[in-house]
Design a protein around this ligand. Structure first.
Ligand SMILES: *Cc1c(COP(=O)(O)O)cnc(C)c1O
Ligand SMILES: [Zn+2]
Length: 513
């Protein structure tokens, strides 16, 4: 729709004008720092940072009802810069000018309702929000769009000539970083560090295809993270991990979209999200809090963070009910099919601790919960979801396993509606499906395939055929007819199909005519 056609009260607000006054805020000592510099930790106390807008009082001068209308009308606006995460520009990155926005089609991923079969198995109505439908096939694109738009703004202002962007990754961060970096070539070059043999072939192919320098490192993600932190401290490189607070801002869009897609009523909503480095759950809490404080939503939804028992430091931390007695202890991870979340020492843990407290306090009751699930549950639920029409990755399976556990424990009631983050596309993790179907999981996963979920291709080659078609050597005439007929017969036999009864034929009388 053209700008002239929007209602007159909306027209002046369609294009964001709020410039914001954004600063880094240290979660340790509370100090604030200018965003002119790229910072990842507090220069004073080394703690992680969040980005804060000091001008939010100005946002609060707009009533929640008007914000809701602005965002709803922006849906109809054909301006690429506002088509992705920056539909919520005032809340995500008001300092980023629209001409600097890098939009590759991220965000606004669909909410897909579970069918009756699946809903009855879990005992509550729910949706998958398919973040695998982002450009690099995971939610990481949301944060990269934000981080790279901010960097692009610096480039356009002439503050930056060129930049080497680095990240450590369990696979999806590097895919997203390399993709968004490639879009800004040649100003941006990318280098990614991956734990050797701990990312899937699809995830390895993504940064290679985008032209990044790819380094495989022995160990697990936590080791890569330390190396990349050392790189970013000693050399002039930009760190694109979620330690970079710009990533968090972009990922807040996930919560804004849920609010908007549910008509801004999240009072009965439970949002379920897998936790790895804990950037995503940080963004989820931060995003809902911002919308709540601006009066856009009237209540805070329940949040359920899920981890595999093989990498569950956050869940363990919250097992202690007394906040004063909680102590964070990193865990040594074991292999997990939720491989992108296989992290024992989450970088965003201080952010989680800070935000869980604020979130529950704002809600006036406990609204953030945690659960740990087994590898068996992750795989069984992922496969079950996909047999019911979804494209959930193993982490989507982890979300569903978490929801099932939360229903059994009464954390989520039958009257609620859950939204599950399927953080990536199923195809990225198809090797785990294959391992399940072929019963090839190494013992440490402790996964025993359930026969009713296993599916294998069947090779069909009728034994009585002498001649078979081959690439470049098609069959002809009678041989070809015989091949087609015998192969069809064999498939029909395996499917228990009965031959059609001869009918009167196309010229015969038709019923009802
Ligand atoms: C990164 C990632 C996660 C974990 O998200 P965090 O923000 O690190 O907690 C979960 N699932 C997928 C598919 C991911 O790529
Ligand atoms: Zn500090």
């Amino acid at each position: 729709m053209r700008i002239e056609e929007f209602p007159t009260d909306i027209r002046p607000r369609l294009i964001p004008a709020h410039a914001g006054r954004m600063v880094y805020r240290c979660l340790g000592c509370g100090a604030q720092f200018s965003i002119e510099e790229l910072l990842y930790v507090c220069p004073e106390c080394r703690q992680v940072l969040m980005i804060e807008d000091l001008a939010t009082e100005r946002l609060r001068q707009t009533p929640g009802s008007l914000w809701r209308r602005i965002f709803d009308f922006r849906r109809m606006l054909n301006l690429p810069a506002l088509k992705g995460i920056y539909r919520y520009h005032e809340f995500i990155g008001p300092v980023v000018p629209l001409e600097a926005v890098v939009y590759l089609g991220e965000g606004h991923t669909p909410l897909v309702a579970a069918n009756r079969v699946l809903r009855d198995q879990i005992g509550v109505e729910f949706y998958f929000k398919n973040d695998g439908q982002n450009p690099s096939a995971s939610f990481k694109d949301r944060g990269m769009a934000s981080a790279l738009s901010y960097i692009n703004a610096k480039i356009l202002r002439g503050d930056l000539e060129e930049l080497l962007a680095v990240c450590a990754s369990t696979g999806d961060t590097s895919a997203a970083a390399a993709l968004y970096g490639a879009y800004l070539a040649p100003r941006i070059k990318s280098a990614v560090l991956l734990p050797h043999k701990k990312v899937t072939p699809q995830q390895l192919g993504q940064p290679l295809g985008s032209g990044a320098a790819v380094f495989e490192i022995p160990g697990v993600f936590d080791d890569c993270m330390k190396v990349v932190e050392s790189l970013s401290e000693e050399y002039p490189v930009a760190l694109l991990n979620s330690k970079n607070a710009w990533r968090i801002l972009g990922q807040e869009s996930f919560s804004y979209e849920i609010a908007q897609d549910l008509e801004y009523d999240v009072s009965r909503t439970a949002v379920v999200v897998p936790i790895g480095n804990a950037g995503n759950i940080t963004a989820l809490m931060s995003g809902f809090l911002k919308f709540y404080e601006a009066g856009i939503i009237k209540s805070l939804p329940k949040i359920l963070g899920v981890q595999s028992e093989h990498a569950d430091p956050v869940h363990r931390y919250y097992l202690e009910p007394d906040a004063a007695k909680r102590r964070f202890v990193p865990v040594t991870v074991k292999p997990s099919t939720a491989q992108a979340a296989m992290i024992g020492n989450p970088v965003s843990m201080p952010r989680v601790i800070h935000l869980v407290e604020r979130y529950n306090q704002s809600a006036g009751r406990q609204r953030v919960f945690f659960a740990a699930v087994s590898e068996q549950e992750i795989m069984d639920w992922q496969l079950t979801a996909n047999r019911n029409g979804h494209i959930a990755c193993t982490h989507g399976g982890e979300s569903l396993a978490g929801l099932s556990a939360a229903r059994r424990r009464g954390i989520v009631g039958a009257e609620e509606v859950a939204v599950l983050d399927s953080t990536a596309h199923a195809l990225k993790f198809s090797m785990f499906q294959e391992m399940y179907f072929e019963n090839r999981f190494p013992p440490e996963y402790r996964i025993c395939p359930r026969p009713e979920l296993v599916n294998r291709p069947a090779f069909v080659r009728p034994a009585d055929l002498d001649a078979l078609p081959a690439p470049g050597a098609p069959l002809q005439g009678e041989e070809f007819q015989r091949f087609v007929r015998r192969t069809a017969e064999e498939i029909a036999a395996r499917l228990n199909l009965k031959k059609r009864q001869p009918t009167a034929g196309p010229t015969g009388p038709t019923k009802g005519s």
